[in-house]
Design a protein. Structure first.
Length: 150
């Protein structure tokens, strides 16, 4: 099996307790590789940005880009290919919302963030659970299983 192309992950925003940036980058890389493998998508070297924000900033982004005047857990902005390389895009996550969801689901913030990171990665590949016939959700479940994220 040929080696997988590199995925460069840039993580910014506040630090996440008990989830170091290098672990976030490693999980995003695993997610990208699992999604390309499971979905039969072409695998190429690419860059991904992950940005953690608070509810106030997320609400502003959600209003600007989706017309929704409320916070949300994750927004994904698809990237573009350029002569300098491929950008899968930017995944923006509200830590405040992720904390609430983790409490509601009775799991750790780290687990909730992994769910949201994977969800964002899949969106970055152009899939959308709001408009497809369930393909994104099915892919997400398969990749969760592959990543032992149940």
């Amino acid at each position: 099996m040929p080696p997988l192309p590199p995925v460069v992950v840039d993580v910014s925003g506040p630090a996440v307790p008990r989830l170091p940036r290098r672990e976030i980058a490693k999980f995003v890389t695993q997610s990208v590789n699992a999604v390309t493998s499971r979905a039969g998508l072409p695998s190429a070297a690419m860059n991904v940005s992950v940005v953690f924000v608070n509810d106030r900033d997320m609400k502003r982004l959600n209003a600007r880009y989706r017309g929704e005047r409320k916070t949300t857990d994750v927004l994904t902005f698809e990237g573009e290919n350029s002569p300098e390389g491929a950008s899968l895009g930017e995944i923006v996550i509200s830590l405040d919302q992720a904390r609430r969801q983790a409490r509601a689901e009775r799991h750790s913030l780290a687990t909730e963030l992994r769910y949201l990171l994977l969800h964002g990665v899949i969106h970055a590949f152009g899939l959308d659970h709001e408009t497809d016939g369930g393909e994104m959700d099915a892919l997400e479940m398969r990749v969760r299983s592959r990543l032992d994220l149940e």
